[in-house]
Ligand binder design. Structure first.
Ligand SMILES: [Zn+2]
Ligand SMILES: [Zn+2]
Ligand SMILES: [Zn+2]
Length: 143
């Protein structure tokens, strides 16, 4: 069977004609691909969301949600505390579903401290995240 040399520079491993890399370099190549996808996500996609946060579309939606929630943190209110809202949070995150970026049923007014707690739950596990998303959605179901 004809053989060729691994595509990686400096590697003399013989591989079959169908392969591009030897096993070792195939792993390295895949790891590099994963890494560049990850960097793509961090830079390109985040640029996308950064410009979104400055768009008229978002600023108008944000003002609308703030008015709907009467300028208060909905989570604090559910604990019978009155706290001014500081931001509008995406229950399903932008990176998860771009289509829901201005959907009122996906947006909730929060204070900074509640917002930090919400994101801490999101990070704990998928289960904690789903529970928190469910709770937040139930708090705004009337609008
Ligand atoms: Zn190799
Ligand atoms: Zn709060
Ligand atoms: Zn958030």
């Amino acid at each position: 069977m004809p053989k060729k040399i691994c595509y990686a520079r400096g590697c003399n491993e013989l591989i079959s004609m169908k392969q591009t890399y030897c096993d070792k370099h195939k792993k390295i190549h895949e790891e590099e691909k994963r890494l560049s996808n990850y960097i793509y996500d961090l830079t390109i996609r985040d640029k996308n969301s950064t410009s979104f946060y400055h768009s008229d579309e978002w600023l108008l939606t944000r003002a609308d949600i703030k008015a709907k929630d009467k300028g208060l943190c909905v989570l604090c209110l559910s604990n019978k505390a009155i706290t001014f809202m500081e931001l509008v949070h995406h229950i399903t995150e932008l990176k998860e579903n771009w289509e829901l970026r201005c959907e009122p049923r996906n947006l909730i007014s929060l204070c900074n401290s509640c917002h930090n707690e919400v994101h801490a739950e999101y990070k704990r596990s998928n289960k904690h995240k789903e529970d928190m998303q469910h709770k937040l959605k139930s708090l705004i179901k009337d609008r």
